[in-house]
Design a protein around this ligand. Structure first.
Ligand SMILES: [Zn+2]
Length: 485
């Protein structure tokens, strides 16, 4: 099989009706870990993230804040973008769905879908959750209420609308799930979705009456309508890389991984691939569904104030510590609780004591006694194959367990051999070389610390270098990697 040399990853684009929080950040971090893992392997990576800026809910929040919708989203979108930068998330584009370029490409998509005969005009009557901006059927509701907004009344709406012939794609979707077993991950999510698709699909209302919802993209087939916000937001994954004509689209599509929360699952696993199939565009390779976080045992919501702000958390704990904590502490795909207490413990015991101490001890020994290049036999104890398999299965907690098990072996090696007494230059080299490998493997998780190690010792962060015993070029006592909290 031809080696795949590109990696295109997208995240959910966040709905900007409130400030960014750690729940949004979690998903962006995981995407960055995957992007950096691909960069280590010298793949060309494109990482797309951004904000979803249309729809009724935003218009309403804007009015509450005495702003126009445009002013309102302009005040919030940069906060999302800056939060990801503070967390060292190395995205390639931050797309906003209010950009003219996105709007133009969305209208083009609709015109083409219409030409394919997949859009028709009809009457819509349905159960509508204003907070989701989504229609539901009876069986989607729990006790007559939205699953995600149990305190919100469900409305019954009737209106003239345009429909996407989603029902036409039931068989093709089931074939897609069957053919690509990794299309929806984790697997327990896959079965949920497949069972719902088997139960039957309704055509999707893709417009809203302008008189009810005016903050959106003009629907190109009817001036009295705007495009349903969900429909156009999904298109960001292709408009963001210049569909249909840009060479970026030709190079990077289909997306290798699209990561999102389960509240977006139905749209991404069912509606999105059907939209693409309608125009003969390949669906993404994998839809990866992350769990939800609570914060110190509480549901994440505005009422927690700014303690859940990524910016505040980075100032308090540093980007590396937060990134490390969420990857090590949670089983990806499951829900988890972001506990500041556990974060501090892990920072102190694992990053400061284990990694930080190994680094400062090893560099101090090297500076004092020098090194002598030799075959690094310690590396035989590193389970590299296992780490790769775990990474490909999105088991980030286990990847870190393996890397830290190897770190423990290195720390024990110094103790057991009393290197500070024997001054054995070959053993000091082995420790430094092992640290080199550890820094490469940890780079997707804690890029700042890994880069400090690589700069101190003078090596490149490349996956293919792991097995080579390299010259350690610079030897100097290190600065402290992690201060204890
Ligand atoms: Zn809802």
């Amino acid at each position: 099989m031809k080696k795949q040399n590109k990696f295109y990853i997208t995240t959910a684009i966040d709905y900007v009706n409130a400030e960014p929080h750690i729940g949004h950040a979690y998903q962006k971090i995981i995407a960055d870990v995957l992007a950096r893992w691909s960069k280590l392997q010298e793949k060309e990576v494109f990482y797309l993230t951004g904000t979803d800026e249309h729809g009724q809910k935003i218009a309403r929040s804007a009015a509450e804040n005495k702003k126009t919708p445009k002013e309102f989203v302009n005040s919030l979108a940069p906060k999302f973008e800056n939060s990801w930068k503070l967390l060292n998330i190395d995205f390639d584009r931050f797309i906003r769905t209010t950009e003219e370029d996105h709007k133009k490409r969305v209208r083009e998509f609709i015109r083409l879908m219409h030409k394919k005969g997949d859009i028709y005009k009809g009457q819509y009557r349905g159960l509508y959750c204003e907070d989701c901006e989504a229609y539901y059927t009876e069986k989607d509701l729990v006790d007559g209420k939205c699953k995600f907004h149990p305190h919100k009344e469900i409305k019954i709406l009737t209106e003239e609308a345009y429909f996407f012939k989603l029902s036409k794609y039931q068989k093709k979707l089931l074939e897609l799930y069957e053919k690509n077993k990794k299309y929806i991950l984790p697997l327990f999510r896959r079965n949920e979705i497949i069972n719902r698709v088997k139960a039957g699909l309704n055509d999707l209302n893709i417009t809203r009456l302008k008189e009810n919802v005016s903050w959106g993209i003009d629907f190109p087939l009817d001036e009295n309508k705007i495009v349903y916000v969900w429909y156009e937001a999904l298109l960001n994954y292709i408009t963001g890389i210049g569909w249909p004509d840009d060479k970026k689209f030709k190079k990077f599509w289909p997306a290798d991984v699209e990561i999102l929360g389960i509240d977006n699952g139905w749209f991404h696993c069912v509606i999105w691939p059907a939209m693409l199939l309608s125009l003969g565009i390949k669906p993404p390779k994998t839809i990866l569904i992350n769990g939800f976080l609570t914060f110190n045992g509480n549901k994440i919501s505005k009422s927690l104030g700014n303690v859940i702000s990524p910016k505040i958390l980075v100032e308090k704990y540093s980007a590396d510590s937060i990134r490390y904590y969420v990857c090590r502490n949670f089983v990806f795909g499951q829900d988890g609780d972001f506990s500041e207490e556990i974060l501090v413990n892990r920072h102190n015991n694992e990053l400061a004591n284990k990694l930080g101490n190994l680094f400062s001890r090893a560099t101090a020994l090297a500076e004092k006694y020098g090194i002598e290049k030799t075959e690094n036999k310690l590396l035989k104890k590193l389970k590299l194959k296992q780490i790769k398999i775990l990474f490909d299965n999105y088991e980030f907690d286990k990847v870190l367990n393996e890397i830290f098990a190897f770190l423990d072996i290195c720390n024990e090696y110094i103790q057991k051999n009393k290197i500070w007494e024997t001054k054995n230059k070959k053993q000091i080299y082995e420790i430094l070389d092992s640290l080199r490998v550890i820094a490469i493997l940890l780079w997707p998780f804690i890029p700042s610390a890994s880069e400090k190690i690589s700069e101190t010792l003078g090596f490149d962060l490349k996956f293919e270098d792991i097995k080579k015993c390299l010259d350690i070029k610079k030897i100097r006592k290190s600065e402290i990697l992690f201060k204890k909290l």
